[in-house]
Design a protein around this ligand. Sequence first.
Ligand code: GLN
Length: 198
Amino acid sequence: TLTAGVVAVQGDVSEHAGAIKRAAAAHGEDAEIREIRDAGIVPDCDVLLMPGGESTTISRLLHREDIAEEIVAHVEAGKPVLATCAGLIVASTDAQDDRVETLDLVDVTVERNAFGRQKDSFEAPLDVRGLDDPFPAVFIRAPLISEVGDDVEVLATWDDRAVAVRDGPIVGTSFHPELTDDPRIHDLAFFETVEASQ
Ligand code: GLN
């Protein structure tokens, strides 16, 4: 059984739980989902999910509840993380916004709410490195990745800018892979990282 922690201080949680279970099932595994609202749960988790929501609120609560340093330790141990949308903003090294206390885990600079009003929310088929067919990517007031560190692998771009990256054990996406029935991004983040790091 895979123990998957979903950060649940704020933001969308239940859809991710479903996607993790589907990805695990494809590997013949069960997933036990733990919702993370307090310190002490992250150390029990094999993989972590940092969902979308509001990055200022999420980062504040992660620090206040002493969960932030547990997530950093999880990554230092080389264990997988999928960070989506606001989760990616919180995991980044620079959110260009003093109200977001980033965890400095993904070496990227992000631009919050970067798509402009007209394109606030949209869905697009996205070519993702490692996937055979385009992924139906749902963007909701999504961040763009404006700068990418040397060790960061860009997995997908939109308008020539990165919207999915891998940095060591973390996969970060600007979009919401939990909002379709397609578990391939969760699969890429959790199972392929696990296999690649062995
Ligand atoms: N706009 C949000 C932020 O900057 C992120 C949106 C989302 O997670 N869907 O925190």
